[in-house]
Design a protein around this ligand. Structure first.
Ligand code: GTP
Ligand code: MG
Length: 224
């Protein structure tokens, strides 16, 4: 096993701690937006929010894959998903609303956007991926830390978690009939998202045009 100097260990501990702070920052931002949406748009866009700091073993493996020496400096420079947040929303349109508002905050610096919703991967994978930098205020400095945000609908998330399990179960060589079925399932998930979005839009229109009608119905029911 490799030995590390006290200095190296301390660098790693600091780095991991800074990423943890960056995630706390991002969690707070997203939680505030979610609650604020309730007031402005009358619903919460976020169904689920999960964040994690990548394990040391995964960081090490990724650096080795890239042919880089395993140092805290290399990790910070070359691995952009050490801090990761996964956000699931009910509706596709909420994903873009949320991301636009978040990225317009003046302490959020967008580094990279991969839109696998508009441009799904050939296996059917859909999700919006962002790498953003957020500041972390320490006692002697301000550090900009990368955070990877993966944001998708509940249906896309359901699909991605099954696909991930299958991919690893078959050690990355999934039989053709299963990839075909997965593609079909992705199309169905997509259909469900569109259908739900359509119903939501209709419901919103109804709410806008007939708030009084609602009250009347309630009144009617009560008086029966
Ligand atoms: P890595 O960060 O090394 O994975 O490469 P990258 O940055 O080029 O990848 P990308 O941004 O496309 O994807 C990053 C993450 O998205 C992955 O680590 C997965 O969590 C997720 N992801 C990407 N493609 C797929 C996919 O086809 N299926 C599933 N289930 N997840 C995916
Ligand atoms: Mg990545």
């Amino acid at each position: 096993m490799e030995t590390h100097t006290q200095e190296e260990v301390s660098q790693w501990v600091s780095l991991i701690t800074y990423y943890k702070f960056a995630l706390d920052e991002m969690d707070t931002k997203l939680t505030i937006l979610n609650e604020e949406f309730q007031h402005v748009h009358d619903h919460n866009p976020i169904e689920h929010l999960k964040s994690r700091v990548k394990s040391m073993e995964s960081i090490q493996r990724k650096l080795e894959r890239k042919g880089l020496e395993v140092t805290a400096e290399h990790a910070e420079q070359h691995i952009h998903d050490i801090a990761g947040v996964r956000v699931t929303c009910s509706f596709e349109s909420d994903i873009y609303k949320l991301v636009n508002i978040l990225c317009n905050q003046d302490d959020v610096h967008v580094q990279e956007v991969k839109d696998y919703i508009q441009h799904p991967k050939s296996n059917g994978y859909k999700s919006l991926h962002l790498i953003v930098q957020v500041p972390v205020f320490l006692s002697t400095e301000k550090k900009l830390m990368n955070v990877e945000i993966q944001i998708r609908t509940v249906a896309m998330d359901f699909w991605a978690s099954l696909e991930h399990k299958i991919y690893y179960k078959f050690d990355k060589t999934v039989p053709k009939h299963l990839t075909d079925e997965l593609k079909e399932a992705a199309d169905l998930a997509n259909y469900l998202d569109k259908k739900m979005e359509g119903i939501r839009t209709k419901m919103d229109k109804y709410k806008e045009s007939a708030p009084l009608l609602d009250e009347l119905f309630e009144h009617g029911e009560n008086s029966e």
